[in-house]
Each structure stands twice: as structure tokens, then as C-alpha cells.
Design a protein around this ligand. Structure first.
Ligand SMILES: [Zn+2]
Ligand SMILES: [Zn+2]
Ligand SMILES: [Zn+2]
Length: 109
């Protein structure tokens, strides 16, 4: 059987359908995953799942402003901040408290 080769990156496969999938996903970045609840689209399923959870299901109500960490409760976000970023309540209040509040109200609506 003849190899199908992607002209853009030398990816090889025996199946034409697989080559098409490869081109769509890697080179055209087709946004195959669409959010049913809003206009959000992405090419990666895991990103859509993140989006659904954080935006529509409100699972990550409290998001860390320094990394991707998100949590259901303010308490565990505080714990995360202290443990991972060594941010205490005192130093945090001078930095991003307002940002966090804003994000939270957005998600709660
Ligand atoms: Zn390719
Ligand atoms: Zn959405
Ligand atoms: Zn963090």
C-alpha cells in the first residue's frame, strides 16, 4: 500500500481519511468542538471541557490568578495560594483581590 504523506510536515499514514484528519487538526486548526451554550469554539476537546466547566457549570468559581488552578471554594483557593505561590491573605489583598471578585461574579451570573 502506498503511503499518504502530508506535504506540510511529512506526516505519513496509509489511510487517506487519517491524513485528512491530520491536516484538519494540525494545519487547518478546524474548530470542531463547539460549546452548545455559547459561541465558544475550539479545536481541542479538553479546552471545550474546561470552558464548559469553568464558564457554564461554575465548577471553578474561584480561579487562581497566577496559574490555571480553579476551585469550588474560596477556602481551597486560599490554601492553594499559600501552599503553591506562598501568597498570604495580607499580600494578596494588595494585589489582585478585585480581579478575583470580578471573575467570580461573572461566573455566578
Ligand atoms: Zn502535516
Ligand atoms: Zn460556552
Ligand atoms: Zn495557582
Amino acid at each position: 500500500m502506498k503511503n499518504k504523506i502530508c506535504k506540510l510536515c511529512n506526516f505519513k499514514t496509509f489511510r487517506k481519511s487519517e491524513l485528512n484528519t491530520h491536516i484538519n487538526r494540525v494545519h487547518l486548526k478546524i474548530e470542531r468542538h463547539k460549546c452548545e451554550k455559547c459561541e465558544y469554539k475550539t479545536s481541542q476537546k479538553c479546552l471545550l471541557e474546561n470552558h464548559l466547566q469553568s464558564v457554564h457549570f461554575g465548577i471553578k468559581k474561584y480561579e487562581c490568578y497566577m496559574c490555571d488552578f480553579g476551585s469550588k471554594t474560596n477556602h481551597s483557593l486560599q490554601r492553594h495560594l499559600e501552599k503553591i505561590h506562598h501568597v498570604t491573605k495580607e499580600s494578596k489583598s494588595t494585589i489582585h483581590t478585585e480581579d478575583i471578585k470580578e471573575i467570580n461574579t461573572e461566573y455566578l451570573q
